[in-house]
Unconditional design. Sequence first.
Lengths: 351, 201
Amino acid sequence: MLTFIIYKAIICVAVFALSLAVAAYSTLWERKLSALLQDRVGPDRAGPFGLLQPLADGGKMFFKEEIIPNVSNKFLFILGPSLFMLTALMTGSVIPWCKDVYVAGKLYSVQITDINIGVLFLFGVVSIGVYGIMIGGWASNNKYALLGAIRASSQMISYEIAMGIAVIALIITSGGTLSLREIVEQQDAGVANVVWQPLGFIIFFVCALAETNRAPFDLPECEAELVGGYHTEYSSMKLGLFLFAEYINMFISSAVMAAFYFGGYNFPFAQELYDAMGLADGSKWIAIIGFGAYFTKIAIFISVFMWIRWTLPRFRYDQLMNLGWRYLLPLSLLNLGITVAVEFFRGHLHF
Amino acid sequence: MKLTNRSKVVSNKEQTGMEKLYLPGILKGMLITGSHLFKRRATVKYPEETRPMAGVYRGWHVLKRDENGAERCTACGLCAVACPAEAITMESAERKKGEENLYREEKYAKTYEINMLRCIFCGLCEEACPKEAIFLTDRLVDTEYEREDFVYGKSKLVEKVDKRIDVTKRQTLEVAAFKKLPGLKHNEVWSGKNLNKGNKH
């Protein structure tokens, strides 16, 4: 029992630290990549290649004056960013990071928890995430913050539907399992799910952009219209939490996309490589290589997120709603219909 | 009328089916931004790298000393009169006995101040100076935190005896010849009467 608790605690702390570290360095990479895309150099003063920049930014955030507006609801004002951060970190708990590892003769899975409704859990937690923005924006008692919060919630609700339906199609092709580990394991021998679900992947990707409030769907914090959107009244580390949680969300949604559609820690000819290296199942090297492959995929997704942000202008709000309801929703329904029909005629589906 | 071929005529026509898909357009845009990853950076990393500067750059002024180390400025005030931004002020004083090694002539500037925030670095003070005392140099004015710190006194303007500042690029023979033109009273050269005389050279 004690070993179990220690093992879980280690994994929890590791995932927590990983999420924070990746989020911190995403901020640096975002600035660096935006600079590269604009013929600039980007931050390069703090440490070699600017590698200490996130620390400097974080330190700056901590020392900023903490302002809680008099007219705000103080409890909810503090609850908003906390909740947003909490839900962002919670989503990392169902993601399988690599294959099981033998440690001292016992097999351990590198995942906080492999619940059999992992996908549902993920969607549930992501839906709660919008409460953080909503509560924070409302508690600020500021019209811009409120407008940003309203935009965020309606945008998330609109895009969650198309996203959910795209995922249902994915679950049907992977045999009805809702466990992330099983979805990833099924792509082990065969090909990645994106081959069977290309349309589903595109829909999921676009919705993930909208869910994480990234450009071109960053209307909730659209500074041209809404000052700062839902975090207008926030300062110091509470603003930091909002911004930071956005990067964690980006990291987790990249991880989920890589797991759902690109095979997670699997990669082509993985088994052949392991055989050639003479590695047995449960070896720590398999875990490390698998984690490296998974992380590469995540890094690519994060970079594409940023690449899109520094390429596209923001959508207008009616365009956003048009795209969500009139294009993505019918497309995802079409995708679901085709998937169901194909699976039914292949005899994989029983009613 | 079109001045360049780069302008595009705007039309409000309906999007075609292909354009409504957005994805090809987005990919095209991403390729454009992506191609910039491999382009030359425009950044100059300033303290380590500097951009080439013209030899006759007009920056931080210097008050010159003569070959014996005595200040050339006699506080005649022509520079202050010539200054279009009214950035220069000075107080004159009479040289005492025993100060011959410090000041070149009987009168000298007790204080001499240039407000670097007012100065527009036009170089008219230099042109007005009959004593070859003030020059603009290619040194950049420092950044400061307080407004008052931009009012440069003699401590920042007069060159150090052991650290002379080279102004040969601005103090050319042509400039000297220009200053010696007959009928060219400094600071009157810009009034309409003498303008033609000045330009003859």
